[in-house]
Design a protein around this ligand. Structure first.
Ligand code: CA
Length: 226
């Protein structure tokens, strides 16, 4: 699961956010000032930072600027107070990826965090190829083979497999798979995902009764197991 760092000096808010993200199964790190936050980013390498702008010791701007100057490209979501419009613009200029204005709902913040993590995952970790057993899949050229035999995978099957492999060992929900693979281009249902996974299992010779690689996570979706 993803590790997020929350840097916020309002203790009650920090605690509420940390509890809520932990409840969603994130690993949560916290810091109450800019310097401590910056140190945690360097030492613990979180996947995403939620960064308050007005902080003791070192402001959110300064944290953001330093991280980007060091070439650290993790997503940064800024928390700003109402009326800090100009501040937001500066923050985005300094390399923040998104912002949420206080007061905000925890649900909205959660949705923004998921979107940023998804985008970051897509940009950085999509694999070019996959090898397991005697199967070889090249995601760039859309070629798949099992031994010498060419596997006839559809474009959607390639894309679905690529995302599951990229996110492994995490499970990916059916809704996320629909977003990532089908996007806006037709009107699929979550059933569409199930059908494609079933077809992929047949083509990759993964046992449908007891799949080893394309594993069903009941009530959630699927995950790739190498
Ligand atoms: Ca503050």
């Amino acid at each position: 699961m993803s590790r997020i760092l929350i840097i916020e000096d309002e203790t009650a808010l920090l605690r509420a956010l940390a509890d809520s993200f932990r409840f969603e199964s994130y690993e949560v790190l916290t810091a109450e000032d800019g310097e401590a936050g910056l140190r945690l980013v360097r030492e613990r390498k979180p996947d995403l930072v939620i960064l308050d702008l007005m902080l003791p010791r070192m402001s959110g701007y300064e944290v953001c600027r330093k991280l980007r100057a060091e070439g650290i490209e993790i997503p940064i979501l800024m928390l700003t107070a109402r009326g800090e419009e100009a501040d937001r613009v500066v923050g985005l200029d300094l390399g923040a990826d998104d912002y949420v204005t206080k007061p905000f709902s925890v649900r909205e913040l959660g949705a923004r965090v998921r979107a940023l993590l998804r985008r970051a995952g897509r940009l950085h970790t999509l694999p070019d190829s996959l090898h397991f057993g005697d199967v070889m899949v090249d995601f760039r050229s859309y070629v798949a083979r099992k031994g010498e035999r060419v596997l006839d995978l559809t474009r959607k099957e390639f894309q679905l497999l690529r995302i599951l492999v990229a996110r492994a060992p995490d499970a990916v929900t059916r809704d996320e798979l629909l977003d990532e693979v089908w996007g806006q281009d037709c009107y699929p249902t979550t059933r569409t995902v199930d059908t494609h996974v079933a077809n992929l299992r047949v083509k990759l010779a993964d046992n449908a009764q007891e799949p080893r690689h394309l594993v069903t996570v009941h009530g959630v979706g699927y995950r790739w197991s190498p």
